[in-house]
Design a protein around this ligand. Structure first.
Ligand code: UD1
Length: 338
């Protein structure tokens, strides 16, 4: 979209059903490679990143069919292992395909992922995890070629609980020989969704949602259908829209447990939240109170809600201080909003 034209001055009011989670859908789409068969996915958000993943899968030899609210992915004929550079640069999360390609086909070639507005996106933790699993990594002129004869389960201790590196380590070790133990793993709900999906396919993974994940290698996986979890960032965004406009919104298809820190902060600003397991209603006060925020790995306040919450806080009375701890200028970046 080239531009947004916003006519302000109105309250956001009404009801909205939250879409499937982008950050859960992307690794799950990648994980379909491990089965080399047919997977049916429901609740996949229809957004640029998921379309790009489908484009990459097709370039690798896969087939993607859309039928009303379901997507059928056939990875049986995947016979290429190089992620096209132009697509890789468009979408940094395409690095997640490397773990699945390695897990199933023992080879993957890709380039450094594209950056984003927040800054550069290193993948050293992903590569370290692959090396731990005995995968050879050859870096040449920006291309990264990974290969191995077999993958044998190992202990992987991540220097930082990176979401993508945790997911790549799981994907690469699902079909390995023996057990892989990932410690200091990221605990995000999207990793639990990936575990649930893979276990439904026949994988043996436990511990997602905690900082220790154990993957017992299996020989084969099977065709399944799966419903992607609701997007917690979209849920938080609608709550913030209501808060910033003195509005009132009912959100449906929400996992309220996943957005606890956002709910807590909105309550601190003076919003009233009526919470049920799958629904939440927000009623905003006339004027928000200022609050301070520090982003942290899950279950802390999510970095992806930081800029949205900052915008909301521009309407609050008083000074709010926001500290970004996850990305690039982490440990230095503080916003003060008066
Ligand atoms: C995922 C989410 C993204 C979210 C982020 C943090 C997806 C598709 N995206 O991104 O929306 O903002 O988690 O919650 O799920 N890092 C390294 N080396 C690495 C990997 C990461 O230094 O090899 C650093 C990053 O630069 C960043 C921090 O670790 O500072 C966290 O990154 P990570 O958790 O990996 O985020 P992503 O998986 O890329």
């Amino acid at each position: 979209m080239a531009q947004y034209i916003i006519q302000g001055g109105k309250k956001a009011e009404g009801e909205v059903t939250i879409s499937g989670s982008k950050n859960a859908a992307l690794p799950i789409i990648a994980a379909t490679i491990l089965n080399a068969g047919k997977t049916t996915l429901y609740n996949v958000p229809n957004i640029h990143d998921t379309q790009m993943m489908f484009e990459i899968l097709k370039k690798l030899g896969g087939n993607v069919t859309k039928k009303s609210n379901k997507i059928i992915i056939d990875t049986n004929k995947i016979d290429k292992y190089e992620i096209p550079e132009d697509l890789m640069r468009q979408m940094r999360s395409s690095v997640i395909l490397a773990g699945a390609l390695l897990g199933k086909h023992r080879k993957a070639v890709f380039s450094y992922p594209g950056g984003c507005d927040i800054g550069t996106r290193p993948i050293d933790l992903h590569l370290k995890a692959f090396e731990k699993l005995g995968i050879n990594i050859d870096q040449n002129y920006g291309k990264i070629a990974c290969s191995c004869d077999k993958i044998v389960g190992e202990k992987i201790d991540l220097d930082f609980p990176s979401v993508g590196a945790t997911e790549n380590a799981i994907l690469a070790s699902c079909l390995a020989e023996g057990k892989t133990i990932i410690t200091n793993a990221a605990r995000e709900p999207e990793i639990v969704d990936l575990q649930n999906f893979l276990n439904k396919m026949g994988a043996k993974i436990k511990g997602a949602g905690t900082n220790k994940i154990e993957v017992e290698g299996v020989k084969n996986l099977k065709d399944v259908s799966y419903n992607i979890m609701p997007d917690r960032i979209e849920s938080g965004t609608f709550l913030c829209i209501a808060a910033a406009t003195n509005g009132n919104i009912l959100l449906k298809n929400v996992d309220t447990e996943h957005i606890t820190p956002v709910i807590n902060k909105l309550e601190e600003t003076g919003c009233e939240l009526k919470i049920q397991r799958r629904e939440i209603e927000i009623v905003a006060p006339k004027k928000l109170k200022a609050v301070d925020i520090k982003t942290m790995p899950y279950p802390g306040f999510p970095t992806d809600m930081q800029s949205i919450f900052a915008t909301t806080l521009t309407t609050a009375k008083g000074t709010s201080i926001i500290v970004e701890n996850i990305f690039e200028n982490r440990y230095k970046y503080t916003r003060r909003i008066n």
